[in-house]
Design a protein around this ligand. Structure first.
Ligand SMILES: C[S@@+](CC[C@H](N)C(=O)[O-])C[C@H]1O[C@@H](n2cnc3c(N)ncnc32)[C@H](O)[C@@H]1O
Ligand code: SF4
Ligand code: SF4
Length: 333
């Protein structure tokens, strides 16, 4: 995984440290549309939604000024459905290296031209969802032809050499035997890989949550093998401690200690603040501290261990150390 250049790393670490002390979020996820191209079996989105009240690109400046996150996720629904996505990214970046910006997408609508334009606008990391290393991905996402599209496009874009594409694989009861096969695919295509964990909270369906002793043993064995495949390139983006915690999350069917609303939060397509994408209490931008008081301080929800959580449950020194060793440069070369 491409490391962030030295000067930018310093700025991100500096802003992160200030935010940590000032109780501002480290990561903000902008859900830029609720509409989607897919109807994934594990998700509560799917198909078109009312987009009439979506924020405009220029509106994102106000959120950035107030929240000053060091990392932004641009997500949805399917963010590539926004015809003005390049402008949204430009507005979030405002000509500076900050924040580190991750586009989370299914890539149903990605093209080489759009990838280059989004890079130019300031996307630092392209997170592409992949649930299976073959056509079963189409079935799970209810989008025929998607796997072939990814198989054609991803290796071609990886060859450009920017090293900024990460496959994002949500582990479910359906694909847990494919954990290493998905890693094989990432290697074959020349890209990086990040695992995430299924939460039943989105749809209420517990069928996809691995809970049986056999399923938990299979995840342990698969992760054991993943650990042996790490190298100095950081192509497996999750830290060892995050994969350990993911095992615990599945074993206990939950993970307490969530900091949603405080260390990270979601901005909905129409501009409300929400603690996370699966908690729907809405607050105006000016009421962020009320969200911390009312929601975060009383939150007992332990129902997910998605990546945004897995990064920010950590103590600040651990968070800093893992990012410095994985993503940021610490020498001015
Ligand atoms: C909600 S989608 C939004 C961005 C884009 N549409 C995509 O699929 O990448 C972001 C990520 O959430 C994951 N996801 C969807 N439902 C989930 C669930 N129930 N538990 C955990 N992750 C889930 C998806 O696999 C995807 O990687
Ligand atoms: S996971 Fe992403 S692509 Fe699938 S339905 Fe949800 S938002 Fe859409
Ligand atoms: S554990 Fe936290 S991030 Fe996950 S659904 Fe619950 S409140 Fe949201």
């Amino acid at each position: 995984m491409r490391k962030v250049p030295f000067q930018e790393s310093l700025k991100i670490i500096g802003r992160g440290s200030v935010n940590w002390v000032a109780d501002r979020p480290i990561v903000v996820s902008f859900e830029v549309t609720d509409s989607c191209t897919c109807h994934c079996l594990h998700c509560d989105h799917g198909g078109p939604r009312d987009d009439s009240r979506n924020l405009r690109p220029v509106d994102y400046r106000r959120y950035m000024k107030e929240l000053r996150p060091c990392v932004v996720q641009v997500s949805g629904g399917e963010p590539l459905l926004r015809p003005d996505l390049v402008e949204i990214v430009q507005s979030i970046k405002d000509g500076s290296g900050l924040p580190y910006t991750i586009l989370v997408s299914s890539w149903t609508l990605m093209t080489e031209d759009l990838y280059l334009k989004l890079r130019e606008a300031g996307v630092d990391q392209f997170s592409v969802s992949l649930d299976f290393p073959d056509e079963r991905h189409d079935g799970f996402r209810c989008y025929p032809g998607l796997y072939r599209h990814l198989e054609d496009l991803i290796p071609r874009l990886a060859q450009l050499g920017y090293d900024d594409i990460v496959l994002n694989s949500c582990i479910t009861a359906e694909n847990l035997e494919e954990i290493n096969a998905i890693a094989d695919k990432a290697r074959e295509w020349g890209v990086n890989l990040c695992y995430s964990a299924y939460s039943a909270r989105r749809t209420g369906c517990r069928d996809y949550l691995p809970t049986t002793p056999e399923q938990l043993a299979a995840i342990d064995a698969q992760f054991h093998q993943v650990e042996s495949r790490r190298d100095t390139t950081n192509w497996i983006v999750n830290s060892p401690s995050t994969l350990q915690a993911t095992r615990r999350y599945f074993k206990n069917s939950g993970m307490p200690g969530c900091k949603a609303g405080h260390r990270f939060l979601v901005v909905t397509a129409d501009g409300a603040l929400q603690p996370c994408s699966m908690q729907f209490q809405r607050y105006p931008l000016e009421d962020r501290h009320r969200m911390i008081r009312e929601f975060t301080r009383n939150n007992r929800c332990d129902e997910c261990y998605v990546s945004i959580r897995s990064y920010l449950d950590k103590s600040f020194p651990q968070l800093l150390w893992e990012n410095v060793s994985g993503f940021f440069s610490v020498e001015g070369r």
